[in-house]
Design a protein around this ligand. Structure first.
Ligand code: ACO
Length: 339
């Protein structure tokens, strides 16, 4: 087991915070690269070589973000061995809420029957799950709540412009969830490093439908309700930010990348994953990858990957796990966890 420093230790009034259960859900419908060839001018070869994505999942008609979030949450609660009534707080990270309000977290609370829980959403795009983990951890550490459910869930297919080949090939739908509690005699979440740069907000945005640009027939005809992205600039910023956040997390805990059992980066693009791994000095077998099967599921991405990594035996008790994320905002972050 690696030797590490716990930056959260030495504060006796705070508790440690562990992930005691994980779960995920992806819709059944698969959209392959071959299927996309009949929608926009693209090829399986272009998508595979530029992104590593082979297929993605699409929510069924009528299936909203809250439905996927609820299913992932049920699985996470089952894996933690707790009942919905025991949950104190639900945080949903999403950029594709069911509606402007009420929050998706409140809808999940209703669906689960988590009658004691407070609930709210946060929005940090693809970085949302790590932002939410950080927020949740403080509630547990400070003894405010004992059990917090953190969910990353997205129906990206509802905001993707299916006429724009630059973006529609990249995204998919799904949800992942984690239960945070104090586990006695465990370190759990060692540190989180968050960052943002609103100066680059326009690199990745969905301009229509908010208070700056309320929905009208004109905004619909100008396709302002779909996401837009400067892919090349996003790519460069993503690699730099994820590497810097990962290094900061490792440095804070006095460990090197070699001490980490499993690195779970935001699954945006295989080339981004490879560049991040190389610049962190990681071996290929340390990096968890499922972007080939799901594409970019935004806030759900690392949550789904974490669940699959645990289920597949890639992470065991005591292992160090590094999450690194990046998204619109710009936002980024890293979390180092003793599992
Ligand atoms: N099929 C075929 N050709 C395409 C497609 C497609 N699906 N998409 C773009 N092209 C074309 C372009 O039109 C361009 O053609 P041109 O040279 O005639 O103008 C050509 O391919 C090259 O396009 P580039 O933009 O140079 O391609 P690049 O190698 O940069 O790859 C990509 C594009 C995959 C989008 C890449 O930039 C990327 O992955 N960026 C990061 C995206 C990302 O991670 N976004 C999510 C961030 S997180 C969040 O919060 C949502």
């Amino acid at each position: 087991m690696p030797n590490f420093r716990n930056p959260r230790a030495g504060r006796p009034h705070l508790r440690t915070v562990s992930i005691t259960g994980v779960g995920s859900y992806v819709p059944a419908k698969v959209l392959s690269n071959a299927d996309l060839e009949s929608l926009v001018e693209t090829t399986d070869e272009w998508i595979t070589t530029r992104t590593g994505i082979r297929e993605r999942r699409l929510a069924a008609p009528g299936e909203a973000t809250s439905h996927m979030a609820t299913e992932a949450a049920r699985r996470a609660l089952a894996s933690a061995g707790i009942r919905a009534e025991e949950v104190d707080l639900i945080i949903v990270a999403t950029i594709t809420p069911d509606m402007q309000f009420p929050s998706t977290a409140c809808l999940v609370q209703r669906n689960l029957g988590a009658v004691r829980a407070a609930a709210f959403d946060i929005e940090a795009a693809c970085s949302g799950f790590v932002y939410a983990l950080d927020i949740a951890s403080h509630f547990v550490a400070s003894h405010t709540y004992n059990t917090v459910l953190v969910i990353g869930a997205e129906k990206m297919s509802s905001v993707v412009d299916w006429n724009d080949r630059n973006t529609c090939v990249l995204f998919g739908d799904g949800a992942g969830a984690a239960v945070l509690q104090n586990r006695p005699n465990a370190h759990g979440l060692l540190t989180t490093c968050l960052g943002s740069d609103g100066g680059k907000a326009s690199l990745l945005e969905l301009p229509g439908g908010g208070s700056a640009c309320p929905a009208t027939a004109d905004t619909v005809s100008r396709r302002l309700h779909f996401l837009r992205m400067d892919g090349k600039e996003t790519f460069k910023n993503a690699v730099n930010a994820m590497v810097a956040a990962g290094q900061e997390a490792l440095g804070r805990c006095g460990v090197t990348i070699a001490d980490v059992k499993c690195i779970i980066p935001h699954q945006a693009n295989q080339r981004i994953l490879s560049a991040v791994a190389e610049r962190l000095g990681a071996r290929e077998d340390q990096v968890f990858v499922n972007v080939d099967r799901y594409g970019n599921t935004s806030a759900a991405s690392v949550a789904i990957a974490l669940d699959e990594a645990v289920a597949g035996g890639r992470i065991g008790r005591g292992d160090l796990v590094l999450l690194v994320v990046f998204g619109a905002g710009l936002t980024w972050g890293a979390a180092l966890i003793e599992w």
